[in-house]
Write a protein that binds this ligand. Sequence first.
Ligand code: ZN
Ligand code: ZN
Length: 345
Amino acid sequence: MDFLTLFGIYVVVVLTCIALVCKYSGQQHTPLSRVYNKLSEVVSPWIPQCFQNICYRSMHRLFHQRNRFFIYLHIVLETVVYGEFSYEIFGFCLEMDTTLFNACLPYVFLAIKSYIFYLCCSKDPGTLTKENHAVQLKVYQYDEKLYQKGINCQTCQFLKPARSKHCSVCDRCVQRFDHHCIWVNNCIGAQNTRFFMLYLLSVCAMACDIALLTVDMLFHTVVRSGIMHANYIDAEGLRQPVGPLFVVQHLFITFPRIVFMLGFVVFVFFLVAGYTMFHCYLALVNQTSNEWFKRKGHGCQYCSPVSGRQCHTSHNPLRGFYHRGVLKNIGEIIWPSCPTQKKDN
Ligand SMILES: [Zn+2]
Ligand SMILES: [Zn+2]
């Protein structure tokens, strides 16, 4: 199973790279960043200083400055997947009993996703300005844990409204800050969280649809070839009936591009679906990613960890301070308060 081993390695490498990108871009002090720092300490004496400087500058520019690299990467990956789908699978789908509507559905998802992606990239996430600052101070109450009264943003010189945060990449304070997303080259805040969630859902739908059509095409190919009823001669010269692993290897050899594309699309689907579920959970309990990561170290938001008192059992640590009921929480994502409009709490 040489091809399967290679494919497994390919998936692990891609998974590791994406996990590193997600971790490295979002959080400063994570186990992964500590491992990265340790590795750098060990490896750096062996690498020329000028090369280290180039690497450092490139990484800094990539993850800590606004740039369109990941948007272009996005477009390249999409072009490769859709090019392969159009070239090898779409025609085959039409030859089979797939309806024209079903065969064209991935293009419909692509159009929807591209529009939502554009909104995610271009819409203001809720930048705090002199004009809206006074109103933003009244939108949320301070929980006196993560958000305390009377703290200034050192860069913008604004009194920080509750739930806002200064994004060092965009150099601005953002209302109901969630995170800075390198994939859309924009902050995710009060005004564009709804587009970000729709974007995640549309990517899931796109990947799932292409994967299903590809699996359908490969399945029909296997059935038509009758390979499941064939035999093969193994390394010891014995006749063996063809099993599922043999069929997978056969597909790898016969349709390498399609199988690699399928593996990539399935991988993207599970990765994005997991991330989407995490964001759906945050939306239901009215928390941001920023609050979720910070609250992990704070325990219950109602009981002080330094007081030594036991947490009251009625406090649900999964719910955020800003939880107002599931429907109101969802409403807050779909219809965020305008930058100059006060929300009733
Ligand atoms: Zn600021
Ligand atoms: Zn940002």
